[in-house]
Ligand binder design. Structure first.
Ligand SMILES: Nc1ncnc2c1ncn2[C@@H]1O[C@H](COP(=O)(O)OP(=O)(O)OP(=O)(O)O)[C@@H](O)[C@H]1O
Length: 227
């Protein structure tokens, strides 16, 4: 494997049973993601974008094929080890922010760091820097319901990168926002990815945003193809 490949998917298969029939969603999908690049995953609804992100992000097991993260094969690892990799190497952003409503923005960003064992003061410092970086430093003490949709999503992005992961997966991160806010949030996400040398795979239906990324891939007949 080349040194700068942070994610490698090889021959990924994923099938779901539906009564008597089997729904084959991924049929030998291959994909590589390199350090520092942002790749758009654009494909029609139901073709398997979320499935691919979940398999790559170690949230689901593939039925066949290999997931390798930073050169480490992840098949056959214990659930405990997979959770540790997910916690330390992978960030996830969803269409809906899934922030904890009873905690402030800054506390939401501190949470994964505290779980990873970082001291409170350091976690707070990094959370504060991330909020500043996302240009919402002044909103840190507010709870999610007191923030706009774009602000909530920027907090969710900051939370996803709080533990300085290697790879960021985002599933329609701006799908719930109006076009102008979507661009603004994507600007912040892009700047963060570029600045930190992360790699990102972002599922989106927004062709304008996809055009701004380094590469575009789709899912065709259960395989990942560049377009
Ligand atoms: N746990 C499951 N059991 C059965 N079928 C499933 C399961 N998860 C996903 N599917 C099916 O697999 C297909 C792909 O789903 P997936 O969510 O990956 O699509 P998607 O491309 O992300 O779609 P969208 O753009 O609408 O979010 C769909 O037909 C879905 O119904």
């Amino acid at each position: 494997m080349k040194r700068n490949v942070v994610l490698q998917l090889t021959g990924i298969e994923r099938h779901y049973g539906q009564g008597e029939t089997v729904l084959s969603i991924l049929k030998g999908a291959d994909f590589s993601l390199h350090r520092g690049e942002i790749v758009a995953l654009v494909a029609p609804s139901g073709t398997g974008k979320s499935t691919l992100l979940h398999v790559a992000g170690l949230l689901e097991h593939p039925d066949a094929g290999d997931v390798t993260i930073n050169g480490n094969p992840c098949n056959g690892l214990s659930d405990e080890r997979r959770t540790a990799i997910r916690r330390n190497e992978i960030g996830f952003v969803y269409q809906f922010h899934h922030l904890l409503p009873e905690f402030s923005a800054i506390e939401n960003i501190m949470m994964p760091q505290l779980i990873a064992g970082l001291p409170w003061k350091e976690a707070r410092q990094r959370a504060s820097q991330l909020l500043d970086y996302m240009r919402i430093g002044h909103r840190g003490e507010h709870r999610p319901t007191e923030l706009s949709g774009g602000e909530q999503q920027r907090v969710a992005i900051a939370r996803a990168v709080a533990n300085a992961p290697l790879v960021l997966f985002a599933d329609e991160p701006t799908g719930n926002l109006d076009p102008e806010t979507a661009h603004y949030v994507f600007d912040a996400l892009e700047a963060l990815v570029r600045q930190s040398g992360l790699a990102a795979l972002i599922a989106t239906h927004n062709h304008d945003l996809a055009a701004r990324m380094d590469r575009r891939v789709t899912i065709s007949d259960g395989k990942v193809v560049e377009f």
